[in-house]
Design a protein around this ligand. Structure first.
Ligand SMILES: C[S@@+](CC[C@H](N)C(=O)[O-])C[C@H]1O[C@@H](n2cnc3c(N)ncnc32)[C@H](O)[C@@H]1O
Length: 393
C-alpha cells in the first residue's frame, strides 16, 4: 500500500444515485437468479414437451432451444429486463464519474508521476484499436474501453470499475475473489513447481484479474496491455495505490512488442469472446512467440458449448451474443479450443482446461478437492465456478 489516494475511492455518488445503483444490482440478481428459474421451469414444463410432441425428440442444441423460446413472453420479458439492467449498471454510475472527472484525471496524473512501486505506464497514441472495440459499445457500456472526451481521460476506467460493482452487487459470489484468485490458486495446487518470474496479462482493462493473480505469484515481474488508454491510466493509478508494481502498455495483442521467449505466464480474462476468431488466431501466435518454452498461457471464459451439460444452458450462455453487443460470443463458444491453440503452434497434448469453484465463496477443502478432480465443481453460471483454458509451450 502507498500513501497515494486510491482512484477507486474518489467517486462520491449522491443518496439518489446510490439508490438507483442498488436497485439495479437487485434487479440484476432477480433477473439472473429468480426470474431465470421461472423461465427454465416454463421451458421444462411447456416448451420442451411441446417440441418433443411435434418432433418426437427433445431439442439437441442451444439454437433449437432459442428458436422455441424467442416467441415465449417469459423469455422476451427476461431478456428485456436483463438488457436494461445491464445498461443501467453503467448509466447509474456515469453522473458521479462525470462530476469527479477533473479530480480523477489529476489523481491518475499524480500517480503516474510518482509511481512509488516502480511500475510504469507506456501509452501509444498510434496504436491500432480494432473495430471490435471502436464500432460498438461492448457489453453495452457507452463509450466502450477507449473513448476519450478530455485530455488524459480516465472516465471509461472509472465507469468500468464502479459499473462493475453495480453489475455484480446483487450476486455476492461474483463480487469476491473472481477468476484471477481462483485460477492462480488452482495452478498452484495443480502445478506446485510452476513459479513464473515474468507475467503478461492481455486485455487487462483496469487490472481486476491481474492483481488477483499477482497476489499468488508476487515475485513475478508483471506486465499488462490493453488498447484502451483510459483503462490503462485508471489501472495504473489503482495499481500504484494498491502497491502493485505493474508495467502497463497500450498495445494491440495482435502485435506484441515484447521479445521472443520472454514470459513464463500469460493470462487473459473475459477477453477472447470479445474478439473475432481471426483475431484470436493472430493473438495466440503472438503469445506463443513471447512465451518461454515451458511457459503457460491460461485464460478465463464462459464454458464452450462442448462442455455445457444441456442445450438449455447453452441457449442461456449465448444470450450475450444477441443482446449484449458481444457479437463474437457465439463463434467463440462454438469453436474447437484445442484446435485454436494447435493452429497457433502449441502441441495438442499441452492443451489444458479445467473448471474450479469460485475461490473465495467455497470452503478451501471443496476448492482443493475440485481442483484435484476428487469432487465435482458447481456450474459456471453466475460466477459460482470459473472455466479456464490454455496451453503450455
Ligand atoms: C472485457 S475487457 C477485459 C477485462 C479484464 N481482463 C478483466 O478481467 O477485468 C476486454 C479488454 O480487452 C481489450 N482489447 C480488446 N481487443 C484488444 C486487442 N486486440 N489487444 C489488446 N487489448 C484488447 C479491451 O480494450 C478491453 O479492455
Amino acid at each position: 500500500m502507498s500513501n497515494l489516494p486510491n482512484i477507486d475511492d474518489l467517486v462520491e455518488p449522491t443518496h439518489d444515485e446510490i439508490a438507483r445503483q442498488r436497485f439495479t444490482s437487485v434487479l440484476r440478481k432477480r433477473v439472473l437468479v429468480d426470474f431465470a428459474k421461472d423461465m427454465k421451469s416454463v421451458y421444462e414444463n411447456v416448451v420442451e414437451p411441446g417440441f418433443e410432441k411435434r418432433q418426437g425428440r427433445k431439442p439437441k442444441t442451444g439454437n433449437e432451444v432459442r428458436r422455441e423460446m424467442l416467441d415465449e413472453p417469459i423469455f422476451q420479458e427476461w431478456s428485456a429486463l436483463r438488457h436494461n439492467a445491464q445498461l443501467m449498471s453503467w448509466w447509474t454510475v456515469q453522473p458521479s464519474v462525470e462530476r469527479k472527472l477533473p479530480e480523477l484525471i489529476q489523481t491518475a496524473k499524480d500517480v503516474a508521476a510518482a509511481t512509488p512501486t516502480g511500475g510504469s505506464l507506456r501509452l501509444n497514441p498510434d496504436v491500432h484499436i480494432p473495430k471490435t472495440v471502436t464500432e460498438l459499445d461492448v457489453h453495452l457500456m457507452p463509450g466502450c474501453f477507449h473513448e476519450e472526451h478530455a485530455a488524459d481521460d480516465v472516465a471509461q476506467g472509472a465507469v468500468l470499475y464502479h459499473g462493475g460493482l453495480v453489475f455484480s452487487g446483487g450476486l455476492a459470489h461474483r463480487s469476491k475473489g473472481g477468476w484471477g484468485a481462483t485460477a492462480s490458486r488452482a495452478l498452484r495446487i495443480k502445478f506446485p513447481d510452476f513459479k513464473p518470474k515474468t507475467y503478461l496479462d492481455i486485455g487487462c482493462s483496469i487490472g481486476r484479474q491481474l492483481f488477483a493473480v499477482m497476489d499468488v505469484f508476487p515475485y513475478a515481474e508483471a506486465h499488462a496491455i490493453d488498447v484502451g488508454a483510459p483503462m490503462l491510466r485508471y489501472g495504473h493509478a489503482r495499481a500504484e495505490a494498491l502497491g502493485k508494481k505493474v508495467h502497463f502498455a497500450q498495445m494491440n495483442a495482435e502485435t506484441l512488442d515484447y521479445p521472443d521467449n520472454h514470459f513464463d505466464l500469460v493470462t487473459s480474462s473475459f477477453f477472447f469472446h470479445e474478439i473475432s476468431v481471426k483475431s484470436s488466431k493472430k493473438i495466440l501466435k503472438e503469445v506463443y512467440r513471447v512465451l518461454k518454452p515451458g511457459g503457460l498461457m491460461i485464460n478465463q471464459e464462459l464454458p464452450p458449448a462442448s462442455i455445457v451439460p444441456n442445450p438449455y444452458d447453452d441457449f442461456v450462455y449465448d444470450w450475450d451474443a444477441y443482446y449484449n453487443n458481444e457479437p463474437f460470443y457465439y463463434a467463440f463458444r462454438h469453436q474447437d479450443l484445442t484446435k485454436l491453440f494447435v493452429d497457433a503452434g502449441f502441441a495438442k497434448h499441452k492443451y489444458l482446461q479445467f473448471k474450479a469453484p469460485n475461490y473465495s465463496t467455497w470452503p478451501d477443502e471443496l476448492f482443493e478437492a475440485c481442483v484435484r478432480g476428487e469432487a465435482v465443481p458447481p456450474e459456471v453460471s453466475n460466477g459460482q465456478a470459473w472455466f479456464s483454458f490454455g496451453a503450455w509451450k
